[in-house]
Design a protein around this ligand. Structure first.
Ligand code: PFF
Length: 472
């Protein structure tokens, strides 16, 4: 007889933990830059529509799968697949994908921790030298920080769902909100910040094309931590009496608000730094924004608030990103842990050691693929260009497989598990859902156009990333 499953202690605890997963590096940097380059308010509008009408139903489906089975993704698909071996494959994909994304995300988190420590050591000016980034990511210090990030993440996970994940989210998420608001207020009082606001918020509908729309879709999907088995796993810790639709809405709203608010920080800072900036030159890559561009912006604040003040702002920002990254990392590492405990009957402690060792090895391989180890740096040729191991993991798991996993969730829930069962799961804890317009919409959309959209995003990514041609 299996032990009873651990649950989140409260609805708020669940919402903060799931929002902690959803709020990540993607929200704080990638979203504001993508919005600015892709039509400002027009992009925000399209993004909001995607969150509400496409991502929210998928989040409900993932949470329902987890809550009903009280299992990790592999167990959830197995239990509901009625003996079909083929339908177990998406369960495995929803385990391998987060495992590999965690590896890639670990490296980014390690760099963020490293930059925070540099700023705290008084070295902000050094970070503005672009060559420094290359030196930093190829230094041996990376391994020390890797161990530190692993220790931070796993010591939270070792305490379990309620005392570890939930407690950390309850402490860290309010801190994140306060720091973000504090930074926004500070930045909005700077000269020329209104130019950034204008750029960010004024809609330019002429910029909306198929590519921008596909970008908004991928960003929304990724930002809500979908397709990564996370919501299935977190759903498995949600008490039966809690309402899934309401909780999913709260998570999506929090995530979107944080992304939106981050834009109120990033764009005004950029325009304070350079009021004449050509936004088309801004890099869309979160990494180059965080590590190459933002340090220059922070340092430029020394004119008005001195070097110490500029370093304090930079440290607050890096600390904020570190918290966002850690809470996301915690959620994603929980997926393989849950799988080992549920499927193999391992203790949590043993699972943490196994997953931890494997991830240190793979994250180490990613970290040295920027020049430190030759064969990992020149790992593979894809679409006519050479990619390192880190880039390969990013392309395969981050860019390509996520929408495919989302597509499989929709098809599984509607056509294999069946609508009646899905509706029953969503109505548990929320009797008003049954027969509502939301129910009709969720049922219809998940069985029709949402999988079609995800299929198109998937095919386009494959064409673009592996063959070098966009279909749109
Ligand atoms: N929503 C997260 C983000 O915006 O960064 C997505 C995520 C990525 C969650 C990586 C968890 C993770 F490990």
């Amino acid at each position: 007889m299996a032990a009873t499953r651990e649950h989140f202690g409260s609805r708020l605890g669940f919402i903060l933990a799931a929002a902690g997963s959803a709020v990540g590096i993607g929200n704080l940097v990638a979203f504001p830059v993508a919005a600015t380059k892709s039509g400002g308010g027009a992009f925000l509008l399209v993004y909001a529509v995607f969150v509400l009408f496409i991502c929210l139903p998928i989040m409900m489906a993932e949470l329902a799968l987890g809550r009903t089975t009280e299992k990790d993704p592999v167990g959830a698909y197995r239990q509901l697949s009625g003996g079909s071996r083929a339908w177990r494959i998406p369960g495995w994909m929803a385990l391998i994908t987060p495992f590999m994304i965690a590896v890639f995300y670990l490296v980014l988190t390690v760099w963020i921790l490293g930059y925070l420590i540099e700023v705290l050591s008084g070295n902000l000016n050094q970070l503005t030298n672009e060559a420094y980034f290359g030196q930093f990511i190829n230094s041996k210090l990376i391994f020390v920080y890797l161990v530190l990030v692993m220790l931070l993440t796993n010591s939270v996970l070792a305490m379990g769902v309620k005392d570890g994940i939930e407690r950390a989210a309850k402490a860290l998420m309010p801190m994140l909100f306060v720091m973000l608001l504090g930074l926004v207020i500070f930045v909005l009082t700077r000269e020329n910040s209104e130019l950034g606001l204008k750029y960010y918020l004024l809609p330019d509908f002429a910029k909306l094309n198929a590519e921008v729309i596909s970008k908004a879709m991928s960003q929304a999907f990724f930002s809500l931590s979908l397709g990564m088995g996370i919501m299935i796993t977190y759903g498995s810790y949600l008490k039966k009496r809690e309402a899934i639709p309401g909780a999913a809405k709260a998570v999506a709203l929090t995530d979107t608000l944080v992304a939106f608010t981050a834009g109120l920080l990033i764009l005004p800072s950029i325009f304070h730094f350079n009021p004449q900036i050509d936004t088309s030159t801004l890099s869309e890559s979160s990494a180059s924004m965080i590590f190459l561009f933002l340090p220059k912006i922070f340092l430029s604040l020394q004119g008005s608030i001195g070097y110490f003040g500029a370093s304090a702002v930079a440290a607050t920002f890096f600390f904020l990103v570190l918290i966002a990254a850690l809470t996301s990392l915690i959620s994603i590492v929980e997926v393989p842990l849950a799988a080992l405990c549920d499927e193999r009957g391992l203790s949590r402690k043993k699972a943490i050691y196994i997953v931890g060792v494997l991830q240190v090895i793979l994250a180490g391989a990613c970290a040295v693929s920027f020049g430190m180890v030759d064969w990992l740096t020149h790992f593979i040729h894809i679409a006519g260009s050479e990619k390192g191991f880190f880039e390969l993991v990013e392309i395969v798991f981050y860019d390509t497989i996520l929408p495919l996993n989302g597509l499989l969730v929709c098809l599984f829930v509607i056509y294999k598990w069946k609508r009646v069962n899905f509706n029953k799961a969503l109505s548990q804890g929320d009797s008003s859902f049954s027969g509502s317009l939301s129910q009709k919409y969720v049922n219809f959309s998940l069985g029709t156009f949402i999988p079609v959209i995800l299929l198109l995003v998937f095919l386009n990514t494959v064409a673009l990333k592996f063959f070098g041609h966009s279909l749109i």
